[in-house]
Write a protein that binds this ligand. Structure first.
Ligand SMILES: Nc1nc2c(ncn2[C@@H]2O[C@H](COP(=O)(O)OP(=O)(O)OP(=O)(O)O)[C@@H](O)[C@H]2O)c(=O)[nH]1
Length: 164
């Protein structure tokens, strides 16, 4: 997979070293209120934000990871779930994306049903089959673990993702 390359200078020694760091753009989409901001904040800052407001447009968060000995950077694009805050920016979200996280709220079946529309938006913005997609059922704390998926009001078989 093609990633963007960033070079950060290290000036600790006489011969400054250039450290190569591959950056991967990860788009986070889903209905408003499913918890995209909290999720990405938790992933990047290590804790849930004290308070959140609806995202307007997009917020960027970064997380460095070591994968097979290589330092890489995940650039998470936390996009607005509300249509009125997305508007004409949508096509920019999808440009050169490396992976897509689809988020729904396990306590809100409508946010699960809405995934079909989010997948359609991906398709309309030419996200190819080779781009990995991940499904995240958020707010698991609101789910009763003693109940089945059906009793918890969501049915995973309603949405099918490509195999990759
Ligand atoms: N119980 C519970 N509440 C959560 C969780 N994650 C987020 N929330 C709450 O859900 C609400 C919405 O969270 P956000 O992260 O702003 O949701 P969002 O998907 O980014 O919303 P938009 O920016 O409008 O697209 C907030 O009140 C959060 O405190 C979770 O894991 N469990």
């Amino acid at each position: 997979m093609e990633s963007s390359l960033e070079f950060s200078g290290s000036f600790g020694s006489a011969s400054s070293l250039l450290t190569r760091c591959r950056t991967f753009k990860v788009l986070v989409i889903g209905d408003s209120g499913v918890g995209k901001t909290c999720l990405t904040h938790r992933l990047c800052a290590g804790h849930f934000p004290a308070r959140v407001e609806a995202t307007i447009g997009v917020d960027f968060r970064e997380r460095a990871l070591d994968v097979d000995g290589e330092r890489i950077k995940l650039q998470l694009w936390d996009t607005a779930g509300q249509e009125r805050f997305r508007k004409s920016m949508v096509q920019h979200y999808y440009r050169n994306v490396h992976a897509v996280l689809f988020v729904y709220d396990v306590s809100r079946p409508a946010s699960f049903s809405a995934l079909a529309a989010w997948m359609e938006e991906c398709r309309q913005n030419s996200v190819g089959q080779e781009i990995p997609r991940f499904l995240i059922g958020n707010k698991a704390d609101l789910c009763d673990p003693r109940l089945s998926d059906r009793q918890n009001n969501y049915e995973v078989e309603e949405v099918s993702f490509p195999d990759n």
